[in-house]
Design a protein around this ligand. Structure first.
Ligand code: ZN
Length: 297
């Protein structure tokens, strides 16, 4: 099943819902960053949430960032998504190894630990929208649920899951976000609560062959689900030599001249795709010229 997101409305538009399968993109993140199993899960859950949250945005250039800063061994996770559900992200320490929980599950909350979750939405306005909450459990889904309630005042239910193969590649990944609109009735809410009680984990459902549509149909059973859209989601880093060059140019003359004086290559690393860009002294001299031209003009 290729990575994709489906969106739906239920209970006469009083509930909106997103479902996602994201194995390919989480596996891409795992292989790029060589994440340990618990960090594949932590980063994968965050990427999956961001993909769905990104697709909620309307503008072509809108960017959503989820920033987790934490006191646990993972130290932090940064993920960004655009409105076409292209995502990228990294963990500060991708190699965390800690014992599994007593039930055998990866201890994501143990790796993440206490901290804060910040959501930054750049919607092309003067100031980006920023909402920050304390991490509730460090399991990511509960933290995003709390973020929606506390920061956006939208009662939500979020499920996220990543299951690994024995060889530490990603077996399944996916999730759902259910949101109540202001006129959702108490009856509708209790139907969802009941459905959630009997619900298997996201990865169990995906493992049994269920699609994101099937998962949403299960969560919203009895609430007249209507599917709207289906779109692809993928891991995509948009860094390029041109972008890095522009970043170097914007450092300004003084900084660039200092780099040239050292007579060393300038190495710029992309945290999102682990690519290294190397600019030798000749290239830096060109960049210095461009920077001068920019400042002069
Ligand atoms: Zn990159």
């Amino acid at each position: 099943m290729e990575d994709h997101i489906v969106s739906a409305l239920a209970a006469g538009q009083q509930i909106r819902a997103f479902g996602c399968t994201s194995r390919e993109l989480v596996e891409e993140a795992r292989s790029l960053h060589n994440t340990s199993p618990v960090m594949s899960a932590a980063l994968g859950r965050t990427l999956t949430a961001a993909a769905m949250m990104g697709s909620m945005m309307k503008g072509d250039k809108d960017i959503l960032t989820i920033q987790i800063k934490s006191a646990g061994p993972a130290k932090g996770i940064t993920v960004t998504a655009d409105s076409k559900a292209n995502v990228k992200g990294y963990a500060i320490d991708p190699g965390v190894v800690i014992p599994a929980k007593p039930n055998g599950k990866l201890d994501v909350s143990g790796a993440v630990g206490p901290g804060t979750l910040r959501v930054i939405k750049d919607l092309g306005l003067k100031e980006p929208y920023v909402g920050e909450v304390d991490l509730q459990t460090g399991e990511i889904a509960e933290d995003i649920t709390y973020y929606f309630a506390a920061s956006e005042q939208i009662p939500s239910s979020v499920g996220l899951g990543v299951r690994m193969n024995r060889d530490n590649t990603v077996r399944r990944a996916g999730g759902f976000i259910i949101q109540l609109m202001p006129d959702a009735s108490d009856d509708d809410i209790s139907v969802i609560e009941n459905n959630l009680k009997g619900l298997k984990s996201v990865t169990e459902m995906l493992d049994s062959g269920m699609t994101p549509e099937d998962i949403l149909s299960e969560v919203l059973k009895g609430l007249d689900v209507r599917f709207n859209d289906r779109y692809d989601t993928a891991y995509k880093c948009d860094c390029s030599e041109e972008r890095v060059e522009r970043a170097l140019i914007s450092l300004g003359e003084k900084e660039i001249a200092a780099l040239i004086k050292e007579n060393k290559d300038a190495e710029i690393h992309c945290d999102f795709c682990e690519k290294d860009y190397i600019f030798g002294p000749d290239r830096l001299k060109e960049i210095l010229k461009k920077s001068r031209a920019l400042q002069g003009g």
